[in-house]
Design a protein. Sequence first.
Length: 160
Amino acid sequence: MLITIREVRRGEERLFLELHARSVRALAAGHYPPDVIEAWCVPASSRNVAAFTRNPDKELRLFAEVNGVALGLGALCFAPAEVRACYVAPEGARKGIGTALVREIERIATDHRIERLALLASINAEPFYASLGYQSEGCTEHVMRGRPMAAVRMSKQLIT
């Protein structure tokens, strides 16, 4: 299976939000209560798409495609240096798509001389990030649209 990583293009913001929500609902539902899942899934309304399009943190947003179909998404924030997103559609789970996204984010970060990447992992994603060399820095709580959710702070040294 050939996985292609590319930047999200203008006009694909709704697809990004929809793919994110599908991934969360399918892959995190067993780890979080329904109210947290719903808070985590930003509806792809016109208002939310417009807000997402503004991109005030200047995230670099990526799609992972297989045969031209977006099955994963990722986001890198340069300041602070953090992986903001890595989500895979349920039909693409456990096929290397998430790994390909994180590896590309790390490559881009290294090209920009970012020495260390941080992230907030969901409980279900902690083992995935650990398998890619990210170290746990402890449990924390992240608030999504007013709902607290358990998370794990993690980071990885890229440049020594």
